[in-house]
Design a protein around this ligand. Structure first.
Ligand SMILES: NC(=O)C1=CN([C@@H]2O[C@H](COP(=O)(O)OP(=O)(O)OC[C@H]3O[C@@H](n4cnc5c(N)ncnc54)[C@H](O)[C@@H]3O)[C@@H](O)[C@H]2O)C=CC1
Ligand SMILES: O=C(O)[C@H]1O[C@H](OP(=O)(O)OP(=O)(O)OC[C@H]2O[C@@H](n3ccc(=O)[nH]c3=O)[C@H](O)[C@@H]2O)[C@H](O)[C@@H](O)[C@@H]1O
Length: 447
C-alpha cells in the first residue's frame, strides 16, 4: 500500500520506517525542512537502536522516502498517518494546534478517497474534530481512524515491528478490514473498537503504567522505613499474573515526553466533564516528589551541599535514548545548583540535548566520560540506568572519588557488588544494601 506519515518525530519516523520494512511504499513528510534534509543526507535526528540501519536498507530498496512537499505525499497515498506532536499547554491540556494544521494541510491537497489515521495521542473527540475540518475544506471522500501508538523510546523499532496489540478505532467495517490487513504482518492481536474508546485506550494505558510506577515508588519509600527490600517485594508481587512484573521498578520517578504530558492531559479531559481524577492527581504528585529522594539522601550523607562536588551519571529520562524531555535529572541538577553544589555531569548519548535545554548550562562541568564525572566528587548520583554504568568496576570507582558515597537512583547495583567496596551506598527502597538509614532501627521495632 502507499502510505504517508506526517511528522517525523519518534512516532512518524519509526512507524514509517517499519511499515516500509514490511513491504509498503512509504513517504515521511515533515514541515521542518532541516529534519528532512538531515534524513536525506543519511543523518537520523533521533538516537534509536536499529533505526538507522532500517532507514538505509529501505531507502536503498526504494520503499522509503523523505520530503517536505506535502502535496505529492498526500496525493500519492492510500492511507495518511497523522503523527505530529500534541505537547502540553500550560493548563496540562493537549495542544491540538499541530493536529488541526495537519488536518487542514491534508484536506487542501486531497485528490480522491483516503483513510486518515491518527497516531498522535489525542483527547477523546479529536478524531471527530479532524473529520469536521476535513469536511469543511475538502469535497473528496475520506474516513478517519484512531490507531494510537504504544512504542517506547529506546526499543521503538522492536515495539513497532512486534506490538503487543494493535488498536483500530473505526465504526466502518471496510475501513477496519483494510487497517487490519495493513497491520497483520506486525501482529495478529488486532482489536477493532469505536473511535472514542480507541482514543481513551491510549491515555488509560499510559496513566495505568504511570500509576504502577508511582505505586511501587511509594512502596519503596515505605520499605526504606520498615527495612524491606522493594526489589524483593516487586518480584513477589509480579509473580501474580493479575499484577504482572513490568513497570514495578522503583527509582526516581518517570519522565519523558509522554507519561508526564498524558497524565496531565487525562486529568484535564476528566476535569472538562466535571470529574476529578483523584487517583491520577496523586500519581503525578508522588512522581514529582520522588526525584527529590536523591537530594534528601545526599543531605543525609553530606549535610550542607554548598561547595560539595556532586557527580551525575545519566541525563536522559531512560536508557537508550537521547530524549531529555521531562527528565528527572533536570530538576535534580537545578536543585543541587541552588543548594550551592558543584555539579559534574555525564551521559553517554543525551548530554548535547540536555545542555541545549538546561538553563544553567554554563554552571555545570560537563564530563567526557563516566570516570571523569566521578573523579574527586564528594558523592555520585546515578540517575539513568545505562548499561555502561552497570558495568563499572565499583572498587576502581571508589578510588577516584573524594568520598565514597553513591546514590543509586535506579537500583542498578547488587548487594554483592556493593559489599566488596567501602561505598556508603543508598538506593531506592533497599535499606539493607549498603547505606545505613538513621531511622531504620527504631522504626522497624514493633512494640
Ligand atoms: N515519543 C514517543 O515515544 C511517543 C509519542 N506518542 C505520541 O505521538 C505524537 C508524536 O510524538 P513525537 O513523535 O514524539 O513528536 P515530535 O514532537 O518529536 O515530532 C513531531 C514532528 O511533527 C512535525 N510536524 C508538526 N506539524 C506538522 C505538519 N503540519 N506537517 C508536517 N510535519 C509536522 C514536527 O516538525 C516534528 O518533527 C504525540 O502525540 C505523542 O504523544 C505516542 C507514542 C510514543
Ligand atoms: O505514549 C508514549 O509516548 C509512550 O510512553 C511510554 O514509553 P516511554 O516514555 O518511551 O518509556 P517507558 O519505558 O514507558 O519509561 C517511561 C519512564 O518511566 C520510568 N520507569 C519505567 C518503568 C519502571 O518500572 N519504572 C520507571 O521508573 C522510566 O525510567 C522512564 O522515565 C509507554 O511505555 C509507551 O507504551 C508509550 O507509547
Amino acid at each position: 500500500m502507499n502510505l504517508t506519515f506526517i511528522g517525523t518525530g519518534y512516532v512518524g519516523l519509526v512507524s514509517g520506517v517499519c511499515f516500509s520494512e514490511i513491504g509498503n511504499q512509504v513517504t515521511c513528510v515533515d514541515s521542518n525542512q532541516d529534519k528532512i534534509k538531515q534524513l536525506n543526507r543519511g543523518h537520523v535526528p533521533i538516537y534509536e537502536p536499529g533505526l538507522k540501519e532500517l532507514i538505509q536498507k529501505n531507502q536503498s530498496q526504494g520503499r522509503l522516502k523523505f520530503t517536505s512537499r506535502l502535496s505529492e505525499a498526500v496525493q500519492e497515498a492510500d492511507i495518511i498517518f497523522i503523527c505530529v506532536g500534541t505537547p502540553p499547554l500550560a493548563s496540562g491540556e493537549a495542544d491540538l494546534t499541530y493536529i488541526k494544521q495537519a488536518a487542514q494541510d491534508i484536506a487542501l491537497e486531497m485528490n480522491g478517497y483516503k483513510i486518515i489515521v491518527t497516531k498522535s495521542t489525542v483527547p477523546v473527540g479529536t478524531n471527530d474534530l479532524i473529520s469536521s475540518i476535513m469536511q469543511q475544506l475538502s469535497q473528496h471522500p475520506f474516513d478517519v481512524v484512531s490507531t494510537p501508538e504504544f512504542l517506547r523510546e529506546g526499543t521503538a523499532v522492536q515495539d513497532t515491528l512486534h506490538p503487543d496489540r494493535v488498536i483500530i478505532g473505526t465504526e466502518d467495517e471496510r475501513v477496519a478490514a483494510k487497517m487490519a490487513e495493513l497491520h497483520r504482518p506486525l501482529s495478529s492481536n488486532i482489536m477493532i473498537t469505536d473511535i472514542r474508546s480507541a482514543e481513551m485506550i491510549k491515555y488509560a494505558s499510559n496513566a495505568f503504567l504511570a500509576t504502577k510506577i508511582s505505586f511501587i515508588n511509594e512502596i519503596a519509600n515505605i520499605c526504606e522505613k520498615v527495612g524491606a527490600d522493594v526489589t524483593e517485594v516487586a518480584a513477589g508481587m509480579g509473580q501474580d499474573r493479575r499484577i504482572g512484573s513490568s513497570f514495578l521498578q522503583a527509582g526516581i520517578g518517570y519522565g519523558g515526553s509522554c507519561f508526564p504530558k498524558d497524565t496531565d492531559a487525562l486529568i484535564q479531559i476528566a476535569g472538562n466533564v466535571d470529574y476529578e481524577f483523584k487517583l491520577l492527581k496523586s500519581v503525578v504528585e508522588v512522581n514529582k516528589d520522588q526525584r527529590f529522594n536523591v537530594i534528601a539522601k545526599l543531605k543525609h550523607c553530606l549535610g550542607d551541599l554548598k561547595d560539595k562536588q556532586i557527580g551525575i551519571w545519566g541525563l536522559a529520562f531512560k536508557p537508550n535514548t537521547d530524549d531529555v524531555r521531562e527528565t528527572p535529572a533536570m530538576e535534580i541538577m537545578e536543585e543541587l545548583l541552588q543548594e550551592g553544589a558543584i555539579v559534574k555531569a555525564y551521559d553517554p548519548i543525551a548530554a548535547d540535548n540536555f545542555r541545549k535545554s538546561f538553563r544553567h548550562e554554563d554552571l555545570v562541568i560537563w564530563s567526557p566520560d563516566a570516570k571523569a564525572a566521578a573523579a574527586e566528587c564528594d558523592a555520585l548520583c546515578l540517575l539513568t540506568d545505562w548499561a555502561e554504568f552497570q558495568d563499572q568496576d565499583l572498587k576502581e570507582l571508589q578510588q577516584l572519588m573524594k568520598q565514597p558515597i553513591l546514590i543509586d537512583g535506579r537500583n542498578v547495583y547488587s548487594r554483592e557488588q556493593v559489599s566488596q567496596t567501602d561505598f556508603q551506598y543508598y538506593s531506592i527502597g533497599r535499606p539493607d544494601i549498603g547505606g545505613l538509614y538513621p531511622y531504620k532501627e527504631e522504626s522497624m521495632m514493633l512494640s
